[in-house]
Design a protein. Structure first.
Length: 249
């Protein structure tokens, strides 16, 4: 694999450093969700809970939304899909979000992949590389996940579109990254899973770009994740974050 010399490595967050936990959380928490519904008099199968919440997760989208940690508008739409009365939604929506985020904590805290991520980031840090994250999403989501992975302190900065008020692929995102990390673009590598939002704009900004291809189960096309093909080619393609140790010099 060709070596790439850079001074800084900047990562996308979702489906790059961490994989989408939604399906796993619903599988492990569907019984708890079912019990919460039963307390309000609703008899709903676990299959219909997963189906209804999955539909809501696919359909609700707006700037900076966190599909990974979930938000109240998504849980409220899930309740509508399941058939919950409007009068019961405020309390049940709060309960749904609490149950989901308990699962979020458990999934990330016990995820075996975090050791690969931590080892890779530590290796890059030992090579004196600056490290950063930019995510199209909520700051609390990225900060929480990186703390659960035990890698938060390895980054020079972690930035979200929520704080910047703009999202990838806006060129201003990549200009801001270069300014904050204090490097010219050609000395920066951007690693992400999305050809349209990660590879194309980072290449156009003059950065090196590495496409991370997650396992097939995480490459599901959704309204807010399309994995569109672009003409800009990455400088490298990887299927494991640990492969960066063989590329970055």
């Amino acid at each position: 694999m060709e070596k790439i010399r850079v001074n800084a490595v900047v990562f996308d967050y979702g489906n790059t450093l961490v994989m989408d936990p939604f399906d796993d959380i619903l599988r492990c928490k569907s019984r708890d969700i079912q019990k919460a519904l039963e307390e309000f008099g609703y008899e709903v199968t676990r299959r219909n809970i997963v189906k209804g919440w999955g539909t809501a997760n696919d359909n609700v989208n707006y700037p900076h939304i966190s599909h990974f940690a979930q938000e109240r508008p998504i849980t409220e739409e899930a309740l509508k899909e399941i058939g919950v009365k409007t009068s019961d939604m405020p309390e049940l929506s709060k309960r749904f979000l609490s149950i989901y985020r308990d699962g979020y904590d458990k999934i990330y805290r016990g995820n075996p992949r975090k050791e690969e991520v931590k080892d890779t980031l530590s290796c890059l840090k030992e090579r004196k590389k600056k490290l950063a994250i930019f995510s199209n999403g909520r700051q609390f989501d990225v900060d929480t996940a990186m703390k659960l992975y035990g890698v938060h302190d390895l980054f020079d900065f972690i930035l979200s579109s929520e704080n910047l008020y703009i999202e990838k692929p806006d060129p201003l995102v990549f200009q801001t990254i270069a300014r904050m990390i204090e490097e010219i673009p050609s000395n920066i590598m951007y690693v992400g899973d999305d050809p349209l939002r990660d590879i194309k704009p980072s290449k156009q900004a003059g950065m090196k770009a590495v496409l991370f291809v997650p396992p097939p189960k995480y490459r599901k096309v959704k309204p807010w994740r399309k994995y569109e093909t672009v003409k800009e080619k990455p400088d490298a393609v990887i299927t494991k974050i640990s492969q960066l140790k063989d590329i970055v010099i």
